[in-house]
Design a protein around this ligand. Structure first.
Ligand code: MV4
Length: 496
């Protein structure tokens, strides 16, 4: 087993990975940027290495800096977390070339699954149901009209290098095909440096159901059931759960088997997620494979009792899977809410800044994967995720009650969060009845307003900061020790 792992990431996921390293007796090394000098992942690590400026390109996205840090500390393996370099084939390749074990799939697998048309072709050849559509990209929009007619309108233009909804356009009639193509191709070119597009049949209001898989280097593959991720806002997942309220035991088994076939077809090794769209008739279709640990992995950990990071590390070290398929039985129900520094009153724009006061929920069946503490300044340079709140209970109604309690206990002052919004969604009738689909949030909760005014919240933040104990001040920053900025200074953009 490895003695030392470098974690090429930041925030809550870096802290999460370090926790498993500790339990396994493996030293965990953090890397950090300028903006993250006092970040929680730096304080949690056994060792921390400064790798550069706050801009991701200068630090967390910089392959040379990461490799240099791994060399400097003598790490044997690198865990990429999610985002940043996690699905970068060149990075995985470089790790292997430098003799660091990459904790993820082989570079060639990352590359082939990263190309959506290649992935579709792989699945078509392996008894995995695929959304009707093309398996080659098309450069000339004039050549698409015939394909679109064959597939049948409405069709969806997608970027071959895509994911996350960028470079995607729904086209409902032939007249609009050319304009949609021009928009989508330039969006894809800007986002991925690759404007190649293809067409799929557009499924209306599908559910997004994904299957977690684990594959070891000895040809064993298991699935860890599904996560229901249908509640999204503009392609950003906000609530995830397992099991999915939409799956029967038979459908779970069929989708699990399809996911294992998909992994086998791709030559997959390590943890991965096979995404499917599920239509109202219970038909499911392959969407894509995510070749990383996902943000929402904890709901799977809660219902299966399996530590996915531990399995990732064991697999990367060449050990066989710890579990046979028959041993993996989901128990109870888990729900995750993502807590971002974002302003629900202003279209969920990022709301970075100093955490003036923090009280995280606790108690039976509650897990908080957090990357912050009271006194930490959430940087502007990165995705503003603060934490994930995960609850586990015997059944779905129990998990909903528990999530209501947990969200009600959660207090974050100094930055805006969606806690109140999430409470309203979790308590809503469509959520309670499990009628979740990918457009529910945009259709039912558009124009939502918080009950408390910004001025009231600012007063609360001020009072809380006077009542709270001294803020944690990281060592080595003595000059800041005597300065306790008042909330009126640090509330920055807040207008009273
Ligand atoms: C689709 C679709 C409907 N039909 N493909 C959005 C992100 C990208 N990875 C795939 N996405 C979709 N692909 C076909 N053929 C609808 C979506 C989609 C969606 C998918 C999952 C979760 C939320 C979504 C929200 C809007 C659209």
């Amino acid at each position: 087993m490895f003695r030392k792992i470098l974690i090429a990431n930041r925030g809550e996921i870096a802290v999460r990975i370090m926790r498993t390293c500790k339990e396994m007796g493996i030293a965990a090394v953090a890397v950090h940027s300028e903006a993250d000098r006092s970040a929680l992942h730096v304080q949690t690590a056994d060792e921390a290495i400064f790798i550069g400026g706050s801009e991701p390109r200068e630090s967390y996205l910089n392959i040379e800096k990461i490799i240099g840090a791994a060399r400097a500390c003598g790490a044997e393996a690198i865990h990429p977390g999610y985002g940043f370099l996690a699905e970068n084939g060149a990075f995985a390749e470089r790790c292997e070339a430098e003799r660091f074990r990459f904790i993820g799939p082989p570079a060639a697998v990352i590359r082939s699954l990263g190309d959506k048309t290649t992935a579709r072709t792989l699945m078509l050849n392996s008894a995995v149901p695929v959304i009707p559509g093309m398996t080659e990209t098309e450069e000339n929009p004039d050549n698409l009209a015939g394909q679109a007619r064959e597939i049948g309108y409405p069709v969806l233009l997608k970027a071959a290098a895509g994911g996350g909804g960028k470079g995607m356009r729904v086209v409902s009639d032939p007249e609009k095909l050319k304009d949609a193509f021009d928009e989508a191709t330039s969006e894809a070119q800007n986002a991925f440096g690759n404007g190649a597009l293809y067409l799929e049949k557009y499924l209306e209001r599908p559910r997004h159901v994904e299957i977690q898989i684990l594959a070891d280097a000895h040809g064993h593959i298991v699935h860890l059931c599904e996560r229901e991720c249908s509640l999204q806002r503009r392609h950003q997942k906000i609530i995830e759960e397992s099991p999915s309220p939409a799956l029967s035991r038979a459908l779970r088994e069929a989708m699990g088997e399809a996911a294992v076939n998909a992994a086998r077809a791709a030559g997959y090794v390590n943890a991965g997620t096979v995404e499917f769209l599920l239509d109202a008739q219970g038909r499911f279709y392959f969407l894509e494979v995510n070749t990383r640990l996902q943000v929402e992995h904890p709901v799977t950990e809660m219902v299966t009792g399996i530590d996915l990071v531990r399995e990732q590390i064991r697999i990367a070290a060449g050990e066989p899977l710890s579990w046979r398929q028959e041993e993996i039985q989901p128990r109870g129900h888990a729900i995750e809410c993502r807590i971002y520094a974002e302003d629900p009153e202003r279209g969920f724009i990022p709301s970075p800044g100093e955490i003036l006061y923090l009280k995280e929920p606790a108690g039976p069946g509650i897990r908080v994967d957090s990357g912050i503490y009271s006194g930490f300044t959430v940087p502007t340079a990165y995705d503003p995720i603060l934490s994930k709140l995960i609850v586990h209970a015997g059944d779905r109604p129990g998990a909903i009650e528990r999530m209501v309690r947990a969200l009600s206990e959660y207090v974050v002052l100094g930055v805006r969060t969606p806690v109140e919004f999430l409470l309203e969604v979790i308590r809503s009738d469509p959520f309670r009845s499990g009628e979740t689909h990918t457009r529910l949030i945009d259709e039912r909760f558009a124009g939502w307003k918080p009950s408390m005014s910004r001025a009231d919240l600012a007063c609360l933040a001020y009072a809380a900061s006077r009542l709270s104990p001294r803020k944690a001040v990281p060592s080595g920053t003595g000059s800041e020790r005597d300065h306790f900025p008042s909330p009126w200074e640090t509330l920055g953009g807040w207008s009273l």
